[in-house]
Design a protein around this ligand. Structure first.
Ligand code: NAD
Length: 428
């Protein structure tokens, strides 16, 4: 092997694990198809605003710890910024930038009037008490309060955050204002202006596109073997709804590892302990597997629903699923994407597959602004209609341009944002 090849390898690996480098690479590929003006591409590549905050939190033992958090707005063209807040030890500014950019394309693909944002705090929420988590959340929100608001930037849950965290966000913001502002955040509990159907919305959207993708390949969810990586909000809701649709969920996992039974897992019983440490590992009727093994299982549909960069050029050749539905953001790297394409694996891209969450977040925001709330059936029906319509549009665009579904989705999303950016013009 030549010296240059040896030197190129670590750089390639670095790129492979840097979500922002991946996001820019995906944008450049879409820009190529759209024949996008170079200066416009330059604008779209860069996040508009980035805030890094270092803030102290009083811990239960009386000590004070300093945490680092971020909030990033990507492109403002199509509306207020919208994006989740992640609590995870590996949160970085680059990851937050990538997630914000993906949010921009996602909102445009499903045609909701938002631009992309994302936030995060470097912490392990499982190692914090409820009191510490509340202190951390209230101080982080205060620090980024110059960016958020119902007209400017509306946060939502992501990895490591949940409806309770959203409730503290809503309360903190409202305390500063002196009146209650439910529309500042989505994914809240119903009792304080949350929407029916929001908790399961991302998983419901994942199931809708999985159903449509299976139809394309000539099979149905009924009896299909499904493996799901991640058993948090998205993974557990996906498992529940897949099970209800008659699919055989053969494997699920969390950060500790996974469980596998080729005859199907008892999902209703697993849902009782979802989110609790050791829940999956205590399940008796299955083989313990690693997260890496889960991805390579013999199944019809693979749903990565945890973190980004888990399917790379190294393990892509071992994927046996016919369909990969990207419930997580960025689980398949561009190199892996090419390999899966060549293998004939149908990949439903994240910016379409997991858009159910932001669609119902949008419904929640609309309901909060109107102070008029909808029945769950109405929310679910509107969500399913939006997902089916977007899926059909992506398939049609992909066929017209002879590209895969990811590029089909990017062509739609980037084109809409580019058009809005151009029409608005450059200020001043
Ligand atoms: P969550 O925190 O509720 O669950 C995350 C799950 O992943 C947990 O089961 C956790 O144990 C597991 N996990 C964490 N680190 C892991 C690791 N290193 N290896 C394997 N598993 C690991 O988060 P969530 O809200 O379900 O989000 C999951 C994914 O879906 C993320 O990529 C997120 O960006 C994306 N997403 C979430 C929403 C939403 O509405 N919550 C919407 C769109 C996309």
């Amino acid at each position: 092997m030549s010296q240059t090849m040896l030197a190129a390898e670590p750089k390639k690996r670095q790129e492979e694990s840097n979500a922002y480098a991946i996001a820019v690479r995906q944008l450049e590929a879409a820009a190529h198809y759209l024949n996008l003006d170079r200066s416009l591409l330059e604008v779209l590549k860069h996040p508009r605003r980035e805030l890094t905050v270092n803030f102290p939190v009083k811990m239960d033992d009386g000590s004070v710890r300093v945490f680092t958090g971020y909030r990033v707005h990507h492109n403002p063209a199509r509306g207020p910024a919208k994006g989740g807040i992640r609590y995870h030890p590996e949160v970085t500014l680059d990851e937050t930038r990538a997630l914000a950019m993906w949010m921009t394309w996602k909102c445009a693909v499903v045609n909701i009037p938002y631009s992309g944002a994302k936030g995060g705090v470097v912490c392990d929420p499982k190692r914090l008490s409820v009191h510490e988590l509340e202190n951390l959340t209230r101080r982080y929100i205060t620090e980024i309060s110059i960016m958020i608001g119902p007209e400017s930037d509306i946060p939502a849950p992501d990895v490591g955050t949940n409806p309770q965290v959203m409730a503290w966000i809503m309360d903190t913001y409202s305390m500063h204002k002196g009146y209650t502002v439910p529309a500042v955040v989505t994914g809240k509990p119903i009792a304080i202006g949350g929407s029916e159907g929001r908790l399961e919305a991302t998983g419901r959207g994942v199931c809708v596109v999985a159903h449509e993708a299976a139809k394309m390949l000539g099979f149905t969810l009924e009896g299909a073997r499904v493996a799901i990586q991640g058993f948090g909000n998205v993974g557990s809701a996906t498992a529940k709804l897949m099970h209800q649709a008659g699919a055989k969920v053969v494997a699920v996992s969390d950060v500790r590892g996974g469980i596998y039974n080729p005859n199907g897992l008892d999902i209703p019983s697993l849902l009782h302990c979802a989110g609790r440490d050791g829940c999956l590992q205590a399940y008796r009727d299955a083989e313990l597997i690693t997260n890496e093994q889960l991805l390579e299982l013999d199944c019809d549909i693979l749903v990565p629903a945890a973190l980004h960069g888990v399917i790379t050029a190294r393990n892509a050749p071992n994927i046996k699923a016919r369909i990969v539905v990207e419930a997580a953001n960025g689980p398949v790297t561009p190199d892996a994407d090419e390999i899966l394409d060549e293998m004939g694996v149908l990949v439903v891209p994240d910016i379409l597959a997991n858009a159910g969450g932001v669609i119902v977040s949008y419904f929640e925001w609309v309901q909060d602004l109107q102070a008029f709330f909808w029945e769950e059936e109405e929310v679910n029906a509107k969500l399913e209609k939006a997902m089916r319509k977007s899926f059909a549009h992506v398939v049609q665009t992909a066929e017209q341009n002879k590209v895969n579904l990811r590029m089909g989705a990017y062509i739609i999303g980037v084109k809409r944002v580019a058009e809005a950016t151009t029409i608005r013009g450059i200020y001043p």
